[in-house]
Each structure stands twice: as structure tokens, then as C-alpha cells.
Design a protein around this ligand. Structure first.
Ligand SMILES: [Zn+2]
Length: 300
């Protein structure tokens, strides 16, 4: 046996196992998910900060540099990042992380989007032309994103496939148990009406059996007129609506006007992982928001 050759092979194989997979994600929700599946094998950076609205970012040279140095790039999909990710991907010289490359993950692949419009109103400013992209607020539908991420990690780091798959199984089990727990708690509140600002929490609200009766935005991404706000206040009362919810980056003054006009509480929920110290990862994000809605509706 050629000892020198054997030693070299051992050395290469040790390196391939020990190297950390460098991952860039668009959102902090996806960052947390990659960390759950990748554990200590990955080093993850998110391009969007927790309190930034991922619909409205501009591509920057820093983003291009970041994904150019990555082994894997994970985007949310359903056109959440349509205003900036295509440009970042065009600019990078790293072909692997471009769409279709082995280092690219569209986390939404295989997920059935809710609220797919019959005729997208892009020209009117609709930012959900492919349906609602905010699935990561609901951990069970996010299991498919976790699978897509595990597949991506295995493509670039096959040596640790068993590790990634075991973590995926653990996430599926943990998320099923958490969501079932909250569905049980919310069963007494089934069908309670909610008014939302943007459609950010719809996957979560639907999973919990709540009824989204209306939105402060007339279309996703479109600011409400005074007439629209007045119509909401005259159409609903505290019998038809239990709570008004919003994301921190929208106009709280308008949402407060609607909530006070109807006579219910306004909740500013955590929109993403890391938005507060209560939401360090994706399951905590769901639990924190579900708990706040539950309490606002009279649960303990
Ligand atoms: Zn949106």
C-alpha cells in the first residue's frame, strides 16, 4: 500500500468532514431553520434583519460579497424577495448559489401557498403575486422548507447527511407537538374574527382556527385610504372581531384607530426570528405570537 497516498486521502477526508458549511439566508427565520438542521456543521448569516420588511430591500454590494463566499444560499421564495434577490444573484460570480445551482435552495419548493390571486395586481402594488409568502410563521408548513434545506446541505456536504436528516426528524417532531398544543388551546376560540394589517401572520392564524375577516391594507403592499379605514370601523364590532394585529414596520396610528374604533386590543406581533429576546428561533416565534393572541382573546 502506498502510505503517502493513504495519508493524503485521510487528510482530505478529515478536512471535508471538519469544514464548516458557509450558508447565507435571506431572512432570520431561514437562518434559524438552517441552524436547527445544520447544528455545528454550519455558519449562517442572514441578509435581512429581524425588523426589516423583506419585501422592500435594495440589493447591495455587501449582499453580493456575502453570497459569493457561501457554499449554500437559501431564499424564502413565493417572490418575497423579488425586489432584490434576482439582482444579487445576477451580480455574483459564484454560479453554484444561483437558481438551479447545487448551492441554491428555494425553501418554498413543494409548499402550497395560500391566497394565490386569480389575477395578480402587480401594477397596483400587490407584493404577493404568487400567493402569501409568509409561511415561516407556521412551523408545520415550514417542515417542507426544513426538508429543502436538509436536501441543500446534503448536496454540498454529503458526508454529514445522516446528521442533517436526524436533525430534520427532530424538528418535525418538535414542531408537530408545539402546534398541536396550541391548536388544542385555541379550540375554544375557533372562528374568532381577526383583522390584520398585512397578511404576515395568516398561515399561523389559519392553523389556530381563527378567521381573518379583513385587512387594513386593501391589497398586500397597498397603504389604506381614510375611506377604507372608516369602512372597517363601521363594518365590524367587538362581536365580529376579537383583536387587530400588525407588524412593527406598518403605521401603528392607523391600526390603533381601527382597533379603538372597533373596541378591541391592538397587538404588534414579532414578525421574524430575533425581533425580540422572546423569539430566538422559529418555534419560539410561533409560541410567542400564539400566546399573545390567545391572551388578547381572553385565554390565560
Ligand atoms: Zn407580505
Amino acid at each position: 500500500m502506498n502510505l503517502k497516498k493513504t495519508a493524503t486521502l485521510v487528510c482530505i477526508s478529515a478536512l471535508s468532514v471538519l469544514a464548516t458549511v458557509r450558508v447565507t439566508t435571506t431572512t432570520t427565520d431561514l437562518k434559524c431553520l438552517v441552524e436547527k438542521i445544520g447544528g455545528d456543521k454550519v455558519e449562517v448569516t442572514s441578509l435581512v434583519r429581524p425588523l426589516q420588511d423583506a419585501h422592500y430591500l435594495d440589493a447591495t454590494p455587501g449582499m453580493v460579497m456575502r453570497i459569493s463566499r457561501s457554499d449554500l444560499f437559501v431564499e424564502n421564495g413565493f417572490e418575497l424577495e423579488m425586489g432584490w434577490v434576482p439582482e444579487v444573484l445576477r451580480e455574483t460570480r459564484n454560479r453554484d448559489v444561483r437558481r438551479g445551482g447545487k448551492g441554491h435552495v428555494n425553501a418554498s419548493r413543494g409548499i402550497q401557498a395560500i391566497q394565490v390571486p386569480d389575477s395578480p395586481s402587480r401594477d397596483q402594488g400587490d407584493v404577493h403575486p404568487s400567493g402569501n409568502p409568509h409561511y415561516t410563521l407556521e412551523p408545520v408548513v415550514t417542515q417542507q422548507a426544513a426538508r429543502n434545506i436538509a436536501d441543500g446541505l446534503i448536496r454540498v456536504d454529503e458526508a454529514n447527511a445522516a446528521f442533517y436528516l436526524a436533525n430534520l426528524d427532530a424538528y418535525i417532531e418538535e414542531s408537530n407537538a408545539l402546534v398541536e398544543k396550541w391548536q388544542e388551546k385555541f379550540s375554544e376560540l375557533e372562528g374568532t374574527g381577526v383583522i390584520k394589517f398585512h397578511s404576515h401572520f395568516d398561515y399561523m392564524l389559519k392553523k389556530l382556527g381563527l378567521r381573518i375577516v379583513d385587512a387594513i391594507e386593501p391589497l398586500p403592499g397597498l397603504a389604506p385610504s381614510a375611506g377604507h379605514v372608516a369602512r372597517l370601523i363601521s363594518r365590524y364590532d367587538e362581536n365580529s372581531v376579537g383583536v387587530v394585529i400588525m407588524e412593527p414596520w406598518h403605521d401603528e396610528r392607523v391600526a390603533r384607530q381601527v382597533a379603538e374604533g372597533i373596541g378591541v386590543e391592538l397587538l404588534v406581533l414579532d414578525p421574524a426570528v430575533g425581533a425580540s429576546e422572546d423569539t430566538p428561533c422559529i418555534l419560539a416565534l410561533f409560541e410567542h405570537n400564539a400566546h399573545r393572541v390567545y391572551r388578547a382573546l381572553g385565554g390565560e
